[in-house]
Design a binder for this molecule. Structure first.
Ligand code: ADP
Ligand code: MG
Length: 914
């Protein structure tokens, strides 16, 4: 039983108050076929909508089976519509993009009934209305009568208690109208059917009761139903369950909707994707540029590490003075008198004051501490320690002449300025490692930067060189020959290395001295010849041999001993020839021959174990070279030492010493000394011996001070080539980017603040000097790219929002239908969110796809314009995924407000829209 009690409904449009229902009271039986007749505008539809829970009454009450609806909440109404009411409209109101079956299933879908059950019941309902076999047609492929049958099937599928039909035959011809009426009559057999109609004949013929309306009031009722109010209980309130719909359902609903509008959906997605394409392209480009920049940074940092030498010159202050010297700076005075220019003196002073000693031992401790802040910024190539290993490398030239590869063989015997100059010019390495030019012994041999684990060869080296022949060295006794870009090596170097005959070189030098023209020409050597070359490496400590009295002497001048030494020396084999890669800008190998860290390690341990070093370490106070104390306790000991020293000297040494002494004697005794100067070696030595028989102690003391320098323990150790792993000669810290490099500089500054004055580290920041402007430019580029991305982001989100909004406007009618069959507001916004979700996904995927396609010609253009293949715009996978998610997020956000709006739409108004 449905009781309508004194229901009033007014519509207010502007100033006009339209009373649609005016105090209507009507009781409807559970099972009858009521026809509502009345002229247009009499309130029939309004009445039906209120009965159906689609519209709300202003006052009165609607009592459903004894339950008052006064306190109904939205979800109660939704549930009521879904479970109790079936609607049939004049204009069918089927959802055009869904199949007949799906349309019928829809209200079951909203109730959350399983798919198979839905299918079964929808098919049954369709068979019942005579549409067997037409399940998969779209509504627009059917006649009006058929569509109305579908609408009736949809209304019945939930087996509602009440069927409401608003002019169901209004758009149908007579014949079809009769069929539909027959159907409704059948439906009314076991439920309440309320039908609004214009047609009194049809009403007469089929309905069991006719209610006439006029101006919102009931004018006539053919079969009123009186209720004994006293016997009725008071209306109760009871909440209905809720209708529910899963997100998957809304997805499939929206997916089907979009599927029917493929072209439009594609365009929408495309429009949305334009923003994404924009961002993706800029990201790809910025990624390409950033990779390029960081590659450049990395390669720059490879050749320009932060380089801290044990002894260093402050290059920047020297350069400052150089600028002043060149006169490019303002003089600070007018040109009206004679002014002195002191800059040359200042320059000298600045050079001397620029030399500093660094306490690398302490600094190494700082670096070795894993907690030091500096580790965050150290790059791929890590920290590389260099040690001043002392060794000589010998080789036999093509004429079997033994040469020392440091070039001393060539210059010693031909001691001229020009040849010295030539050799030093030949040795000039790249600017990269200025410090190492000053240190080390065999200048043509340099250690190759070890890998980041301290073993093998750094990729920073191998990546920048082509192996022309053979392979990279691996063992400690293997070396590699390094050519320049043109496969060349300076002639001087080749002579020094004994690859060309040294006699030829000396000949040329003689010619130069004589002012004759010299043509060095170009000589060619095969890789095989070079790789069959053997170099003999002699560590400094091996130059000493033990005397019978336990002291050591140098055998460097003893030819036969040297030959024996070479025979047993470590033989360095050339394993290959390399050349810098064509487009490389860094050349970490700055000596013609590179050896591995293995050799350095070998040298360090070999020196440590050598007899002379062991002997020196055994007694740190006595110099193993002459058996004298490093620091004599008093004058007596000094005198004793002088005596021992002098008597141990050979004849020629004695003579030389005596001559030196005589030369320095004051001028008063000039005549006597000049006489003695003419004496032979033997006589001089004898004279010294005789003098020593009864020497003057003061004279001996002064001899000690001037001629006998016992040096120090440290001097000796360094001469023997002893290297402490704790005291590197240089520390090279490699960063991967300029920022990291700056951060490392900051760390060193911080270290300096905590360190003692004399332990502070000073170094030359070559990169800072060379690259400061580049860094600024790179930063500007990055900011511009970020700005671009931000702008395209905003544009695309606005675009996507507008698109979603339009889509909502288009589907207003559908919202009305969904609400009519029981969808809640939440369901509605869910459906729209699902749609924007799909569109967002599509635009994201489309955008990424188009971007990837665009990148193919795009990169060609970049390569052509930039003239380099080093810049490659490419979209990282992570960014692509983020962009797709972003696109979905943007569409969801952009569509959120429209979806909320859609949900708020009054279902009645929504249904009225066409
Ligand atoms: P019927 O279905 O009998 O033709 P309705 O129930 O549709 O009549 O309308 C009853 C009256 O209420 C009409 O005068 C109509 O103009 C008015 N009305 C209906 N809906 C609205 C609305 N949403 N806003 C303003 N007036 C309305
Ligand atoms: Mg109407």
């Amino acid at each position: 039983m449905l009781q309508i009690q004194k229901i009033k409904k007014e519509y207010i449009t502007g100033d006009l108050v339209q009373t649609a229902l005016d105090d209507v009271s009507l009781n409807l039986r559970d099972n009858e076929f009521v026809a509502v007749l009345g002229p247009s505008g009499s309130g029939k539809t309004t009445l039906l909508n209120i009965i159906g829970g689609l519209d709300r009454y202003d006052s009165g009450d609607l009592i459903i089976n004894g339950i008052s609806t006064k306190k109904y909440k939205d979800r109660d109404w939704d549930s009521y519509r879904n479970h109790t009411i079936g609607f049939v409209f004049q204009s069918y109101n089927l959802i055009p993009h869904q199949s007949v079956l799906a349309n019928v299933e829809l209200s079951l879908t909203i109730s959350g009934i399983s798919k198979s059950e839905r299918r079964k019941r929808a098919k049954e309902a369709l068979v019942k209305v005579g549409l067997d076999g037409q399940f998969h047609k779209k509504p627009n492929q059917m006649s009006g009568g058929q569509m109305q049958r579908v609408a009736i099937a949809r209304a019945l599928v939930n087996d509602p208690d009440i069927l409401l039909a608003d002019e169901p035959t209004g758009a149908l011809d007579t014949e079809t109208s009769v069929q539909v009426m027959e159907l409704l009559k059948e439906v009314a057999n076991d439920r309440l059917v309320v039908m609004v109609t214009h047609n009194p004949e049809l009403a007469e013929k089929y309905a069991t009761r006719i209610v006439k309306l006029r101006d919102g009031r009931i004018k006539d009722d053919s079969d009123p139903c009186e209720v004994d109010h006293t016997s009725l209980e008071k209306p109760k309130h009871k909440n209905m369950g809720k209708s529910s719909m899963s997100f998957l359902t809304s997805l499939s609903l929206s997916f089907n909707n979009l599927k029917t509008k493929k072209g439009r959906t594609f365009l929408t997605a495309f429009a949305g994707s334009i923003g994404i394409i924009g961002i993706a392209l800029i990201m790809a480009l910025s990624n390409g540029v950033n990779t390029y920049i960081s590659d450049i940074q990395k390669s720059t940092m490879t050749s320009y590490p932060i380089s801290i030498e044990a002894q260093t010159i402050d290059m920047s202050s020297m350069m400052e003075t150089g600028r002043r010297l060149s006169g490019s700076e303002d003089t600070g005075h007018s040109l009206d008198a004679v002014y002195s220019n002191g800059s040359a003196i200042e320059a000298v002073s600045s050079i001397t004051t620029s030399f500093t000693e660094n306490n690398l031992t302490d600094f190494k401790k700082y670096i070795d501490n894993p907690d030091s802040e500096i580790h965050q910024y150290v790059g791929e190539n890590g920290v590389v320690y260099s040690y001043d290993t002392k060794f000589d490398v010998y080789a036999y030239d093509p004429d079997e002449v033994l040469v020392n590869t440091d070039g001393s063989t060539l210059t010693d015997k031909n001691d001229t300025n020009s040849s010295r100059m030539m050799s030093s010019m030949g040795n000039m390495g790249s600017m990269g490692n200025m410090g190492s030019m000053m240190s080390g012994s065999a200048g043509n041999f340099k250690e190759i930067m070890p890998g980041s684990d301290g073993k093998g060869i750094s990729t920073a080296v191998t990546e920048n060189y082509d192996v022309l022949y053979g392979s990279w060295p691996e063992e400690y006794n293997e070396v590699i020959l390094v050519l320049d870009e043109n496969n060349e090596i300076s002639s001087t170097t080749l002579y020094e290395l004994g690859l060309l005959p040294s006699a030829e070189y000396k000949e040329m030098m003689t010619k130069i001295e004589d002012g004759e023209p010299v043509e060095a020409g170009t000589q060619s050597l095969s890789y095989e010849d070079i790789c069959s070359k053997v170099f003999y490496m002699v560590p400094s400590c091996d130059y000493y041999e033990e005397n019978e009295n336990g002291t050591f002497r140098s055998i460097a001048d003893d030819k036969s001993k040297m030959e024996n030494l070479l025979e047993n020396a470590v033989k360095l084999k050339v394993t290959g020839v390399v050349r810098p890669k064509e487009d490389t800008e860094t050349m970490p190998l700055n000596a013609p021959i590179g050896f591995t860290k293995g050799l350095t390690d070998y040298l360090i341990s070999h020196t440590e174990q050598s007899a002379i070093v062991q002997a020196q370490k055994a007694d740190e106070s006595i110099n193993v070279l002459n058996g004298l104390a490093f620091e004599p306790a008093d004058n007596n000991e000094k005198i004793e030492n002088t005596k021992t020293y002098l008597s141990a000297l050979g004849v020629s040494d004695k003579a030389r010493l005596f001559k030196d002494i005589l030369e320095s004697v004051p001028s008063g005794t000039q005549s006597a000394s000049s006489q003695m100067m003419d004496m032979g070696e033997e006589q001089l030595a004898a004279a010294l011996d005789s003098y020593l028989e009864n020497p003057d102690e003061d004279v001996l003391l002064s001899i000690y001070d001037s001629y006998i320098s016992t040096g120090s323990y440290d001097d000796n150790m360094s001469a023997f080539g002893v290297v402490s792993l704790d005291a590197p000669s240089a520390i090279n810290i490699y960063a991967d980017s300029f920022e990291d490099k700056n951060a490392i500089s900051d760390c060193i500054d911080k270290y300096n603040q905590t360190a003692k004055e004399e332990d502070q580290i000073s170094y030359t920041d070559y990169v800072g000097m060379l690259m400061s402007s580049v860094t600024t430019i790179i930063n500007v580029i990055s900011y511009v790219l970020i700005a671009f991305v931000a702008v395209s982001l905003i544009v695309s989100s606005i675009m996507i929002g507008i698109i979603t909004y339009i889509s909502v406007l288009e589907r207003t009618k559908e919202i009305g239908i969904l609400r009519a069959i029981g969808a809640s507001r939440h369901n509605i916004s869910q459906v729209f969110n699902a749609e924007t979700f799909i569109i967002g996904l599509c635009s994201g995927l489309l955008g990424i796809g188009i971007t990837l396609l665009l990148l193919i010609p795009g990169n060609e253009i970049i390569h052509a314009v930039a003239g380099t293949t080093a810049v490659n715009a490419s979209l990282p996978v992570m960014n692509a995924v983020i962009l797709i998610l972003l696109s979905m997020l943007l569409t969801l956000v952009g569509g959120f407000i429209p979806a909320k709006k859609a949900a708020k739409k009054d279902p009645v108004t929504a249904l009225r829209t066409e």
